[in-house]
Design a protein around this ligand. Structure first.
Ligand SMILES: NC(=O)C1=CN([C@@H]2O[C@H](COP(=O)(O)OP(=O)(O)OC[C@H]3O[C@@H](n4cnc5c(N)ncnc54)[C@H](OP(=O)(O)O)[C@@H]3O)[C@@H](O)[C@H]2O)C=CC1
Ligand SMILES: O=C1O[C@H](COP(=O)(O)O)[C@@H](O)[C@H](O)[C@H]1O
Length: 504
């Protein structure tokens, strides 16, 4: 998604430098996204990919490994010619941030490649490494002069998630990176913003006249944001056990959804205005005390169970997970936004692993009809209207409303009208990263997080982190893998006279 009509713009020539090129993200998402861009004719002719690894690696070996990854993870059949053209641009270079000399050698080799490929000196550095390497790599890039702008060429630094592990570390990382590179050159990735259905929240709200007048506390009862996954922790125990569901999903992905749904209309459709409106609404979320945070949250951890044909082992028995771990694999929160649009409208958020289904959605529940003139159905029995923005697996929008059941007497039932992307648009499947990478290469950061937005998100989450840490095992609910999560998550809503939208 670009702010100008430049979605078909072929970026300037550039060097695309990937740190962590031997890793999972590069193979699973980055190279397949570059392939999709190449197939769409959206990569520059004057282009090279530099794969940085701390190992000694021949370029041919790297190309072979990336090709295997592409075949495994591509979202569409791989055209050998396009793949060959892309992989021909790949060169492996060794550099390790703990060995500063290696970055000087990286600069020399990069300059030669740039001259050969005539890339014009533009450089995009993509940090697809574990987060503790972000700051050291940026430091070395700065020290070795790789980020210095020369004769109008641009420099951009793309940083993966997670951006910090709490408010203090996110601030420290922002301060560190912004001491080396400017905000407009820094691209903090959140892959949710690469999803069509997430970008469509802006279009739904601000290109239709009918929603904005009712998009407020007068008409909306509450909003639910759900990201449920069937997958358990799998092989990511060493990362996940230190992280947990709250840090892994809420300040980034769920808050992206929340901010797009709750933001004020931006004054312009550009990166500054949209990111300011998003940061403003995050800054308006009420900061809870630790006691309030405990009252307004539920955390759970899955134990063994069955999902479809698969037996899911207990979370605590997963590789690299502490046997007495109190890390949450499920989190539910109730938040309030203190502004004129949303005062009194609760936002309920939930996310978890090893649940019965895969579902990502934003459900907006409207207020009850003020009275019922139908004697068959008292007002309390009329279903309330839901507008559901489906992100996954259903990509689309559905509206639930009441209708007359055919027949000689009046009877009322709730029905659903659904728009599905796949029924309307014949687009090749993407992995979401191609939009983000294309935007980086053309210099549009509307879909990337800004420092103030990141910090506002962590500020909201911090009391929950602190309160849960102090509570330890106390209050951690155990739920069965394949269930709908801890029962107390229902209680978070039923005590307010509400309930979660059921799966399906
Ligand atoms: N995998 C995924 O699906 C997703 C990953 N992410 C994020 O992407 C980033 C990378 O994840 P992923 O690819 O899964 O991780 P991996 O561990 O698979 O790969 C990371 C690579 O980074 C390199 N690396 C490791 N430590 C250092 C270091 N100290 N300095 C420099 N390079 C280092 C290693 O390559 P070498 O040894 O060759 O130098 C390694 O192959 C993480 O921040 C993750 O949170 C985000 C969304 C999804
Ligand atoms: O970033 C992450 O996101 C995935 C969920 O992404 P989705 O696009 O499948 O909804 C999650 O599984 C993972 O733990 C987290 O690190």
């Amino acid at each position: 998604m670009t702010t100008q009509d430049n979605s078909n713009q072929v970026p300037d020539g550039c060097a695309f430098v990937i740190f962590g090129v031997t890793g999972d993200l590069t193979h699973r998402l980055v190279i397949p996204a570059l392939y999709n861009l190449a197939e769409a004719g959206l990569l520059p002719e004057k282009f090279c990919v530099v794969g940085v690894t701390r190992k000694e690696m021949a370029s041919d070996d790297l190309r072979e490994s990336l090709l295997q990854g592409l075949r495994k993870y591509a979202t569409r059949p791989v055209d050998d010619k396009v793949a060959d053209q892309l992989l021909y641009c790949v060169t492996a270079i060794s550099a390790d941030p703990s060995e500063p000399d290696s970055f000087d050698r990286l600069r020399e080799r990069l300059e030669k490649l740039e001259a050969n490929r005539n890339t014009g000196g533009n450089r995009l550095f993509y940090l697809a490494t574990p987060p503790d390497a972000f700051a050291p790599i940026a430091t070395e890039l700065g020290r070795a002069g790789l980020l210095e702008e020369t004769s109008g060429a641009w420099r951009r630094l793309v940083v993966e998630k997670p951006f910090g592990t709490d408010l203090a570390s996110a601030k420290a990382l922002n301060d560190h990176l912004l001491g080396i590179i400017s905000e407009h050159e820094l691209y903090r990735i959140d892959h949710y913003l690469g999803k069509e259905t997430v970008q469509n929240i802006l279009v739904l709200r601000f290109s239709n006249g009918m929603f904005e007048p009712i998009w407020n506390r007068e008409h909306i009862d509450h909003i639910q944001i759900t990201v449920e996954e069937k997958l358990g922790v799998g092989h990511r125990g060493s990362f996940y056990d230190k992280t947990g569901a709250l840090r892994d999903m809420v300040p980034n992905h769920l808050f992206q959804l929340l901010s797009l749904v709750a933001m004020e209309p931006p004054a312009h459709f550009n990166a500054h205005a949209v990111r300011s409106a998003k940061a403003d609404v995050l800054a308006a979320i009420q900061i809870q005390s630790e006691d309030e945070a405990l009252r307004n949250s539920v955390r759970g951890q899955y134990t063994s169970g069955r999902i479809g044909d698969s037996e899911i082992p207990d979370y605590r028995s997963a590789k690299d997970v502490e046997p007495d771990s109190t890390t949450e694999t499920f989190a539910a929160l109730k938040l309030s936004i203190d502004n004129w649009r949303w005062a009194g409208v609760p936002f309920y958020l939930r996310t978890g692993k090893a649940l019965s289904g895969k579902r990502t959605e934003v459900a907006i529940k409207f207020k009850q009809a003020p009275f019922s003139m139908f004697r068959c159905t008292p007002v309390r029995e009329l279903s309330q209207n839901y507008l559901v923005i489906g992100i996954e697996p259903v990509e689309g929008i559905s509206l639930q409303f009441n209708t007359k059941v055919p027949g000689p007497v009046i009877a009322i039932d709730g029905v659903e009208m659904t728009f599905k992307y796949k029924d309307y648009f014949k687009v090749a499947p993407s992995n979401g990263y191609e939009t983000l990478l294309h935007d980086c290469m053309i210099g549009d950061n509307i879909l990337f997080q800004r420092a103030d937005g990141v910090e506002a998100g962590w500020r909201v989450v911090q009391p929950f982190l602190d309160a849960w840490k102090k509570a330890g095992a106390h209050g951690l609910q155990i739920y069965r893998a394949g269930s709908e999560g801890p029962e107390d998550a229902d209680e978070l809503l039923t005590r307010d006279g509400r309930d979660w939208r059921k799966l399906g």
